[in-house]
Design a protein around this ligand. Structure first.
Ligand code: GUE
Length: 289
């Protein structure tokens, strides 16, 4: 039997286009300064360092100034809070992001509370999450916003459809479920404790894997014709010793069942970065109104 392969939802291509649009938008804005983004990173987690480099490179490409700071792992909570307060006041800074995860001794939630909600490029401040719950305008979390933007680009119908989000994190699962609900999908949030996960995921017209476990979503958990979005970013070590990036979806088998599928890499990762830049530019434009 010849199986039809799913069509790729190409996040990398869309992210590149969005970045050129942002670049053009910044060039024609003609304010007396560029937009500015401050990424705060603590310690030397190699994955985080790579993400931060990606973000700063993307900023440079579109014309956003970087005010990032890299702290030693020994930095104190109060040093970080002071830095955030200073960036809140800094007229050149439109967006502030604290790269997660943080070392054990730091309280990330307390730090998020200190960020000016109008500069919350990550959309993780309680004010912005609260606005999302209420359906009010506000800065939206980057990864879930990237998922929604990619689905929109491929004109995936959401209204009245069954959407299942596997994962309930504050970074992805919860806000994404709210955004899908806002788009009139019928939303189920499943997670690591859900009983008979396969029965739940097989009901999904739109299935999102956002747990961070390689291969969690296997082909027998997917309804034929479903749209499968893979938010997982897992680095796995091959038998050869080299490392490879994989998502939560068993891509090779699921692509024979799904109608659409996002690849890893090249799917939601680049969309996350594009939404971060977009939030920064939105905040920049609002600051000049
Ligand atoms: N406050 C905060 N905000 C975040 O948005 C945030 C965070 N902390 N901590 C870590 C996660 C992870 N994350 C990614 C962003 C881009 C790629 C990305 O660009 N990935 C590329 C390639 C990456 C590679 O090859 O290493 C891709 O999937 O094609 C991946 C992961 C943002 N995160």
């Amino acid at each position: 039997m010849v199986m039809k392969q799913a069509q790729l939802l190409n996040g990398k291509a869309l992210a590149q286009r969005l970045q050129s649009e942002l670049k053009a938008q910044i060039q024609k804005s003609q304010f007396n300064r560029l937009p500015g983004l401050a990424v705060l990173m603590v310690g030397d987690n190699p994955a985080s360092a790579a993400y931060v480099r990606n973000k700063e490179r993307a900023c440079a490409n579109v014309g956003i100034a970087s005010f990032g700071q890299h702290f030693q792992v020994e930095v104190t909570q109060s040093e970080l809070e002071q830095t955030i307060h200073r960036l809140n006041q800094d007229e050149r800074v439109d967006g502030i992001l604290v790269q997660l995860p943080l070392p054990e001794h730091l309280d990330g939630v307390a730090l998020l509370h200190q960020i000016d909600p109008d500069k919350d490029a990550d959309g993780l401040h309680p004010t912005n999450l609260g606005k999302l719950v209420r359906g009010e305008q506000g800065l939206r979390s980057c990864t879930p916003a990237g998922v929604m933007r990619l689905l929109q680009e491929y004109q995936i119908p959401l209204k009245g459809k069954q959407a299942v989000v596997v994962g309930r994190s504050i970074l992805v699962g919860k806000p994404l479920a709210l955004m899908l609900l806002e788009a009139d999908a019928t939303v189920t949030i499943a997670h690591s404790r859900s009983q008979d996960l396969g029965a739940i995921t097989r009901s999904a017209d739109i299935l999102v894997g956002a747990v961070g476990r390689p291969g969690l979503i296997a082909a027998d958990m997917v309804k034929p014709g479903a749209v499968v979005v893979d938010v997982g970013i897992n680095r796995v070590i091959e038998a050869s010793g080299s490392s490879r990036l994989v998502g939560d979806v068993d891509f090779d088998t699921v692509q024979n069942v799904a109608e659409y599928i996002t690849p890893v890499p090249g799917g939601i990762g680049p969309m996350t970065v594009a939404m971060l830049l977009q939030n920064t530019v939105t905040s920049y434009l609002q600051r000049h109104q």
